[in-house]
Write a protein that binds this ligand. Structure first.
Ligand code: ADP
Ligand code: MG
Ligand code: MG
Length: 492
């Protein structure tokens, strides 16, 4: 039978909202109040739209979904309606994008800064240490990257108490969901215009999201810059990658997908520095893997990473860009007078500093003391990517006390960060065909692209966004990992 999806309310308490005579306003401020018949229709249409437009992900419960394209797809976990977000902070986040791009580029050129900043981390973190080894090898041989390409995502939360837009982190490798996030914005625009009357919302208030097409466009531009018409773009993927990577083929550029192990087996560097993999000349390498220790199960993967770095192919990211995106570098850049080493423009520096949350090294004894006293006000972060690695709450205290007792160098593996508390809001989430009334918080990611050659900056722009909404009781926001969904925003 064709029974419509049912909505479950898993929230313990309802947030009281002002009784408004304007039903439109209510739908936005509290979607829990949408009447159930309308809600079922919205959910149904959202699921149909998702299936028709490819807002889908591989279904983990279907074994072959990881290996056979088009088999075992399920709609992506989504928020049914966009999440309201103040226009002022939205503009601020967009304006920050090109400035962060420029900063990454400048920092990446200062090899000693990267090595020095990460020198203590290197001793205790085997993964970061391997990355640094590749980096110092490049410094030794005087390797220059004349064409530099960055596809970044800077993540923010809106701190409720101060109403400040604060940066969570800057990702310089494998910025995922750029393909799906623009589909969610389209879905929301489509629902808002289709249900304009009952919802009373304006679909134009959902900003156009160009993340997938912009990333593809800049990748193609980089390919052009390499100027070898027979070369390809190589996407480095994890074995059994479930997220479908952006299609680059729209720009008449051929792309191939390879795992690190395949690159080791099939790759070589010609005498002029050209990278060939499986007989194809590689112009651009786009990493969708290689950011986590588990991506390097054997020496073979590390050999592949080194081989690529030594080649003349354009890397997205280069090892320098990758290291610039570490949390330790983020913390170092937040120290007084460090930004000034890399940027001249005072307004730009002020803009960046305005979005920095409190960040501390663990050799800052005052910060550690405070964090032990008030662990809930801090997050402890190791040098890892991909979510699920941070330490919160009483575990912050426990871990800090243990490190103090042991007097070990392990403390250098972590940074401390001010915990940001975004506003909790009521929302309707849809996962696996079921909708849930929840209370949630959001994190806004701004995609950006940067491309330059020796002389000129060819691209430096904001490229769309990713809104992730997670149930407020969970600490981490990984869409793939936990109960977080893809969302978009509604400017207010
Ligand atoms: P990763 O590189 O693994 O994504 P993040 O720094 O983004 O690491 O942390 C993962 C998640 O933890 C974030 O998406 C966010 O939900 C949460 N988080 C990180 N830093 C903070 C913070 N300072 N305050 C509140 N939540 C945070
Ligand atoms: Mg990250
Ligand atoms: Mg993150």
């Amino acid at each position: 039978t064709n029974s419509p999806p049912k909505c479950r309310s898993s929230s313990i308490h309802e947030i009281k909202t002002n009784k408004s005579t304007n039903p439109l306003k209510t739908a936005m401020s509290n979607p829990h109040t949408i009447d159930s018949e309308l809600l079922q229709k919205l959910v149904h249409d959202a699921l149909v739209w998702s299936s028709l437009h490819g807002l889908v992900v591989g279904d983990r419960s279907v074994e072959r979904s990881g290996s056979v394209p088009g088999v075992g797809m399920v709609h992506a976990p989504i928020a049914l309606l966009p999440n309201s977000f103040p226009e002022v902070q939205w503009n601020q986040a967009c304006e920050l994008a090109p400035v962060f791009n420029e900063l990454v580029d400048r920092v990446s050129l200062d090899g000693n800064f990267l090595q020095d900043t990460l020198s203590r981390t290197k001793k205790v973190d085997a993964f970061t240490s391997r990355l640094l080894d590749i980096h110092s090898r490049m410094l030794q041989i005087g390797k220059k990257e004349d064409i530099r390409l960055g596809l970044h995502r800077s993540d923010y939360m809106l701190d409720e108490k101060t109403n400040l837009l604060l940066q969570i982190e800057l990702n310089t490798i494998s910025c995922s969901f750029s393909g799906l996030s623009c589909l969610v914005s389209e879905l929301h625009r489509s629902l808002l215009s289709q249900y304009k009357k009952p919802l009373g919302l304006d679909s134009q208030k959902v900003p156009i999201n160009t993340s997938a097409s912009k990333f593809a466009e800049v990748l193609a531009k980089a390919w052009t810059e390499y100027s070898n018409p027979s070369a390809v773009v190589m996407v480095v993927v994890q074995p059994g990658e479930r997220n479908i990577p952006e299609l680059i083929n729209t720009h008449n550029v051929t792309s191939i997908r390879k795992t690190l192990a395949e690159i080791d087996a099939q790759g070589k560097i010609l005498s002029d520095g050209t990278l060939q993999v499986d007989g194809e000349t590689v112009a651009v390498i786009y990493f969708r893997a290689g950011y986590a220790p588990t991506d390097y199960p054997s020496e073979s993967e590390w050999k592949a990473r080194l081989l690529m770095e030594e080649s003349s192919a354009i890397k997205c990211p280069s090892i320098s860009y990758h290291l610039t995106g570490t949390k330790k570098v983020q913390q170092e850049l937040a120290k007084p007078n460090v930004l000034e080493r890399f940027l001249e423009n005072k307004d730009d520096i002020a803009k960046l500093r305005g979005c920095f949350a409190g960040l501390w090294s663990l050799d800052d004894s005052d910060a550690v003391k405070n964090a032990i006293q008030q662990p809930g006000a801090y997050v402890m972060k190791p040098q890892r990517e991909g979510g699920g690695n941070n330490i919160y709450g009483d575990f912050v205290k426990e871990t800090l006390l243990r490190l103090q007792k042991e007097g070990s160098e392990e403390e250098a593996a972590y940074i401390l960060m001010q915990r940001i508390f975004p506003t909790v809001f009521p929302t309707v989430l849809v996962r696996d065909g079921i909708c849930y009334k929840e209370h949630a918080v959001s994190e806004l990611g701004i995609f950006s692209a940067y491309l330059r050659n020796k002389e000129t900056v060819l691209s430096n722009e904001q490229c769309g966004y990713l809104m992730r909404t997670k149930v407020s009781s969970s600490n981490e926001g990984g869409v793939a990992a936990g109960f977080a969904v893809l969302d978009s925003l509604y400017l207010t």
